[in-house]
Write a protein that binds this ligand. Structure first.
Ligand code: ADP
Ligand code: MG
Ligand code: MG
Length: 890
């Protein structure tokens, strides 16, 4: 790969790169370049591209030819721009080394600051900027470099420092003089030599290449790998490395460092929002070690700090920062998350990126920006990720619930959750695996906690601000989070936490109110979300953009109503068997199944008929003129069998048969492989009276509703598990005959459809033939996945994780459609079906109908609708809009 450019410069009002080059320069590098181009005050530096990372791994962890030369040239340019010289004794240039992938990624190497210091260069820095500052920077650098690049533990250095402070009776770091730091540094160095068997590298070039190598190395560490997996980031992307001249926020009271958001990342409100620390460097703000002060006066109440806001402490810098923020927001046309440092009253910009935000904030910002004219409605729709919507649809704590507040902290990420308290991320992950709802409670979190945070329903910390690790990650993951709850005392070893004189144990149930920043005792009442307002508006824009219809899988009136409120345009799958399980019905169903002749079955069925009719009537009434697909009985009969002796006796009594006869019957129904057994349309073939009863119930209900209300329901009768056209021919004829009989009896005729599920590979391949009989196909992708992959959904958990880990299936194929295999069958069936019957109605009703990637796939195939569970309806609507808009883009 000779001839490539490996290094891109930025600073001094210009740059080689720009924000469009994120793939090559990483997000941080591309935006540093863009900010430099905008003329914003960016300390000059350069970016080693992601292509270097890829080449590095391709070449067995060695650097491509020519890289070193380009780095030296870029370094020389920075020296020229800053008037300082890297490694110079009198006027040393110091740099930071910062990782930066395409997407911001916790788990990557931490930034190394003050690189370039050595026993010699520190003297030069001391002469220029003060001795104490220089040696404080030097010891920070050694600590950071040893930890991040050389893999030494923090506590080695902490012990040395603590011992020293104890010996000389110092309380605060700020009390230590330059001479104290010199002594500590020599102790640090001795410890390093002892542990590593070699001295701390004092050649700045060696330091630089060490740090660069560590960034590339961190791309393959476990934390980064886990994060990539959770967020679908391919390993091939690689990371970039940014080397940037240092500016110092730790030069005294006129210096500071901070982070800010151009709008509130929690609520989306249009307020300038952020936190800062005077006389501090780098990560101090985010690390939650000192509690930072607010930037704006208006937000001072939201942050528990006694310090003055930046607006008052440094009014000139504040005004400049607000101006920069406005420039960035209107330039990027999105809410920005910015990092800045003030060196002796001069503002420097160190980072900007589109800010992570909660779903609520994403929604509000998108709608506001569209109304401000900053973006158009279609862009607004694309700003809200379908997967995020989930957060908005779930309940929050009801206004009049009784609240027993254990402790109050910062409202770091909204939403409510209930669960058992745990104190470690490993335990959170273990318990969640077992299906428990847990709340992760920590003093603070770090990138090592990602798995626990992901597993937890909500996160609570006793330390750290609104931009602490816990807050940022929780918002990104959509977990409710309460941060900096100072009143909380966690004793993880004893397994208890205390607050306000009360003690709680690990495993106790608490409710988290992320919007209020409260931890409440016990399980508290919740209410449903408000679906009007901004949500309604954005969904209206989404509906305008999409072509795919969205239906719901629902059978109970409650679910149907929920789905309608979420915008369902029909029922795509009503599973009639779910109606069989209710306690008054199940004995009747059981006597139907266990009847040993047709007469016995018919007697039971005649009791079930009015019940089913009532169910369907209710659904038709709720759905109005929206189409309803009702699937005839599908599961293997044994699923309904009585298990206990008591249940047996009850069935025997209600059916008036001997219990021993009944037991024998039950035994005979046993199947070795029920999912491939006597189920689906096979039931209709052997027990036609069951399907006849169901069809009758459907048509009688439809006619009744048509009479009652004046509008016509549109029943779509669906036959499950069809493999051959003949099955459908036989059963459709029966359904048609039943329909005609009902229409004749009632004197009312209605439109209806008879169709089939496509959930067996044979059906997909034979779709051309089946379409001659079927009015519609509904892809039952759950069974189609099982039967195509030959993997039982119920048994897959045991090995699927290994399959995902080893990349055999990238994702659980029961969650995201396996587009290459199962998707291919769907494509074939759609094509063949349409060839026979142009305009045949096509839909999908597996779980995949609510998965954004699968919805996009359905859009591309031109299906008519997807159908999913009620809570996923808005997700599918938005995903369908995204698919349509992205297609239009391409
Ligand atoms: P992250 O990706 O974790 O945000 P960054 O590379 O942004 O890491 O570095 C973290 C912090 O370190 C920055 O927010 C900034 O405060 C500080 N920092 C990085 N580079 C410099 C620099 N050249 N001068 C001063 N501070 C810096
Ligand atoms: Mg940063
Ligand atoms: Mg099925």
């Amino acid at each position: 790969m000779t001839g490539d450019k490996w290094v891109y410069r930025f600073g001094g009002g210009s740059a080689d790169g720009n924000t469009g080059m994120k793939n090559l320069l990483g997000g941080k590098g591309a935006n540093l370049a863009e900010m430099a181009r905008l003329g914003l005050p960016v300390p000059p530096g350069f970016t080693l591209t992601t292509a270097v990372c890829t080449a590095y791994y391709d070449r067995g962890e060695t650097y491509p030819d020519g890289l070193e030369k380009e780095v030296n040239e870029a370094l020389a340019a920075v020296e020229k721009e800053t008037g300082k010289v890297f490694g110079d004794n009198d006027n040393p240039l110091l740099v930071s080394v910062r990782s930066g992938a395409r997407a911001s990624m916790p788990g990557m190497m931490d930034t190394v600051l003050n690189l370039g210091l050595s026993d010699v260069t520190v003297e030069g820095l001391a002469k220029k900027a003060g001795e104490r500052f220089a040696y404080d920077s030097y010891r920070r650098f050694i600590q950071m470099y040893c930890n991040v690049v050389l893999g030494m533990k923090h506590d080695i250095f902490e012990h040395i420092l603590d011992d020293y402070k104890e010996r000389f009776e110092y309380n605060l770091d700020t009390e230590l003089s330059a001479d104290d730091w010199k002594e500590i540094i020599s102790q640090y160095k001795a410890a390093i030599r002892k542990q590593l068997g070699k001295p701390f590298p004092d050649d700045p070039h060696e330091q630089l290449w060490g740090a660069v190598g560590a960034v590339f190395g961190s791309w393959m560490n476990d934390r980064a790998k886990l994060y990539r997996k959770l967020n679908d980031i391919p390993a091939e992307w690689g990371t970039a490395v940014n080397v940037q001249s240092m500016v110092f926020g730790n030069m005294g009271e006129t210096s500071a460092t901070g982070v800010a958001f151009t709008r509130d990342p929690s609520t989306g409100e249009k307020v300038f929002y952020g936190e800062f620390l005077i006389n501090a460097q780098g990560e101090d703000v985010v690390a939650g070690i000192r509690t930072p002060a607010p930037i704006s006066r208006s937000r001072a109440d939201a942050i528990s700090s006694d310090e003055a806001p930046l607006e008052e402490a440094m009014p000139k810098v504040y005004n400049e920062l607000v101006e920069v923020a406005n420039t960035l927001e209107s330039h990027y046309r999105d809410m920005q998350d910015i990092e800045f440092t003030v060196e002796d009253n001069k503002l420097y910009m160190l980072q900007t990126r589109s800010g992570k935000r909660t779903a609520a904030a994403a929604l509000k910002i998108a709608v506001d920006m569209a109304q401000e004219g900053l973006i158009n409605e279609e862009e607004a729709v694309l700003r809200l990720m379908p997967g995020q919507l989930d957060q908005l649809l779930h309940p929050t704590i009801s206004a009049d619930a009784k609240r027993d507040v254990i402790v109050k902290g910062l409202p770091a990420s909204p939403g409510a959750a209930v669960g058992k308290v745990v104190f470690s991320s490993d335990e959170a992950a273990e318990r969640a695996e077992k299906g428990e709802d847990v709340i992760l409670m920590r003093v603070e979190t770090s990138p090592e906690d990602i798995h626990g945070m992901h597993a937890a329903r909500a996160i609570v910390t006793s330390r750290g601000g609104m931009t602490s690790h816990a807050a940022v990650v929780a918002r990104g993951m959509g977990r409710p989070c309460v941060c900096g709850a100072g009143g909380l005392h966690i004793d993880a070893e004893k397994g208890v936490f205390r607050s306000g004189g009360r003690e709680f144990k690990k495993g106790d149930i608490v409710t988290i109110d992320g919007a209020e920043g409260e931890v409440l005792s016990g399980e508290v009442d919740m209410v449903n979300p408000d679906l009007s307002g901004d949500f309604g508006k954005l969904m209206e824009w989404a509906d305008r953009a999409r072509t795919l219809k969205v239906r719901t899988n629902a059978e109970t009136p409650h679910d149907v109503e929920t789905a309608i409120s979420f915008g369902a345009e029909g029922v795509g799958l009503c599973r009639t068997e779910h109606m069989f399980f209710e306690s008054e019905r199940i004995p009747v169903v059981r006597s139907m199944i266990l009847a040993n002749d047709k007469k016995g079955r018919e007697a039971a069925l005649s009791k079930l008929l009015p019940m089913q009719r009532g169910d369907f009537a209710e659904i038709f009434r709720l759905m109005g003129e929206r189409p309803c697909t009702i699937r005839l009985l599908d599961p293997p009969l044994h699923e309904f069998l009585p298990h206990s002796e008591d249940e047996m006796a009850e069935v025997a009594k209600s059916a008036g048969v001997d219990i021993e006869v009944l037991k024998r019957q039950a035994n005979e129904l046993h199947e070795n492989n029920p999912m491939l057994g006597h189920r689906g349309c096979r039931l209709g073939i052997t027990y036609p009276e069951i399907y006849e009863m169901q069809a009758r119930a459907i048509f009688e209900a439809a006619v009744q509703i048509a009479k009652d209300t004046g509008y016509s329901p549109i029943p779509e009768v669906m036959i499950p598990l069809v493999g051959t056209r003949k099955e459908l021919d036989i059963l459709k004829e029966k359904v048609d005959a039943t329909a005609q009989a009902v229409f004749k009896e009632t004197g009312t005729e209605l439109e209806y459809l008879v169709g089939t599920m496509i959930e067996l590979p044979r059906a997909a391949l034979q779709a051309g033939q089946i379409a001659e009989t079927a009015d519609f196909f509904s892809f039952g992708t759950n069974d189609l996945t099982q039967t195509t992959l030959g993997i039982s959904r119920d048994d897959a958990a045991r090995f699927l994780k290994d399959y995902e880990d080893q990349g055999i299936y990238e994702k659980d194929p029961f969650v995201t459609l396996d587009q290459d295999g199962v998707g291919e069958l769907v494509r074939i069936a759609a094509e063949r079906g349409r060839k026979t019957k142009t305009g045949i109605k096509l839909g999908i009703c597996g779980e995949h109908g609510g998965d954004p990637a699968s919805v996009a796939f359905c859009h591309r195939l031109g299906l008519n609708y997807v159908s999913c569970s009620p809570y996923r309806v808005p997700i599918a609507r938005l995903a369908a809009a995204h698919a349509a808009l992205q297609k239009a883009d391409a």
